[in-house]
Write a protein that binds this ligand. Structure first.
Ligand code: PMP
Length: 354
């Protein structure tokens, strides 16, 4: 008998998550911070890392790092859970709230991992289209959540790939008018003005997620979950022991306590975003969506697939989201350094006008 028959049907039908590995000069596909830290800061960081005892397990409770984050955000340590990227936290959350027949809901288009992990964990997925402004259709979501007794609702705000924040009132409506746990994923919070952390005190069905990936530490894989103590206590049971390795804990702790460069980089990225938006809005035929993140979604007046490939020939990698429906001929670019942004704009103009 072949092992194939033993594989869960959901897994057999899935494709593995694939991050494009295309060697290009200008890589603007993965929503990363394009800047490096100064040599002086890196030297100090590596001196800290050199002292980490690699023969020992990491601190499974991540006490030092949670305390640093708690102080910065004026929360208490037991309101924080850390993961190997927020992807891992999403999975732990889903496992915590799963039971036979469990359902989760999300607007579409949104971050693909919600659906991938949801299926893996065994949820029935309920998807509700965003409105014309890529905002939430709350009436539809609320009635569906009630009718289907949805366990979890995932809202990325700012949303990936659309770049906009959902309106605060609509998110609050979902928190207040459903019995679901509402996960507000603020992966791109550093680039926006929205902040749901202050609302944790009021709502015990609210979870806020953040990550260090978009602000300069994608390689360390540090995701953060914030919620009421009781909810964190439960999700912590679904977290693997030692899930955050010692180097990531130490590195993140160091950078968060020496964050002047990081904060300056975030400001530069925001300036770069405005520059890109202005340039892109000046290109005839391009439909550019507003952004409060470090990513910009745009629709091209030609084949998105073809333009995506042409840009790779020009040494620029962005993200191709084109598929029939709302994202037809849509591409997503993330903000790079000034040079990378100019390189991208030049290539885009050449291809569109050429
Ligand atoms: N949430 C959203 C909305 C994202 O776009 C991403 C990364 N693309 C993540 C979570 C995952 O972040 P991490 O690197 O912390 O796993």
């Amino acid at each position: 008998m072949s092992f194939q028959n033993l594989i869960r049907p959901e897994i057999r039908e899935m494709a593995a998550y694939q991050a494009d590995v295309v060697p290009v000069k200008v890589k603007l596909d993965a929503n990363e911070n394009p800047y490096h830290f100064s040599d002086a800061l890196l030297k100090e960081l590596f001196a800290e890392l050199a002292a980490v005892p690699l023969n020992r397990y990491p601190d499974s409770e991540t006490v030092e790092l949670r305390d640093i984050i708690a102080r910065k955000l004026q929360l208490s340590r037991d309101q924080i859970l850390l993961g190997n990227g927020s992807d891992e936290i999403l999975q732990a959350l889903m496992m915590t709230f799963w039971s036979e027949g469990a359902k989760m809901m999300m607007p579409v288009p949104t971050f693909s991992m919600y659906g991938i992990l949801g299926k893996l964990v065994g949820y029935e997925l309920l998807e509700v289209s965003l409105d014309d402004n890529f905002d939430l259709c709350t009436d539809e979501m609320i009635s569906l959540a009630r009718r289907e007794a949805v366990q979890l609702i995932f809202l990325a705000s700012p949303n990936n790939p659309t770049g906009n924040c959902f309106s605060e009132e609509r998110i609050v409506e979902l928190i207040e008018q459903t019995d679901a746990v509402v996960v507000v994923d603020e992966a791109y919070a550093a680039f926006s003005n929205q902040d749901f952390l202050p609302k944790l005190e009021k709502y015990d069905n609210l979870v806020v997620l953040r990550t260090l990936s978009k602000i300069g530490l994608a390689g360390l894989r540090v995701g953060m979950m914030f919620a009421g103590r009781d909810l964190v206590y439960e999700v912590n049971k679904a977290r693997l022991p030692y899930n955050l390795n010692s180097l990531s804990q130490k590195g993140a702790a160091f950078i968060l306590t020496h964050d002047e460069e990081l904060l300056a980089q975030i400001e530069k990225i925001k300036v770069g975003r405005e520059w890109l938006l202005k340039k892109m809005n000046g290109i005839k035929g391009l439909h550019v969506y507003p952004s409060e993140a470090n990513i910009i979604l745009f629709r091209v007046p030609c084949s998105g697939d073809k333009l995506f490939r042409q840009l790779i020939e020009d040494d620029v990698l962005i993200r191709n989201l084109s598929r029939p429906g709302r994202l037809y001929n849509c591409l997503r670019v993330c903000v790079g350094t000034d040079d990378e942004n100019s390189f991208f704009i030049d290539a885009l103009e050449r291809r569109l006008n050429g």
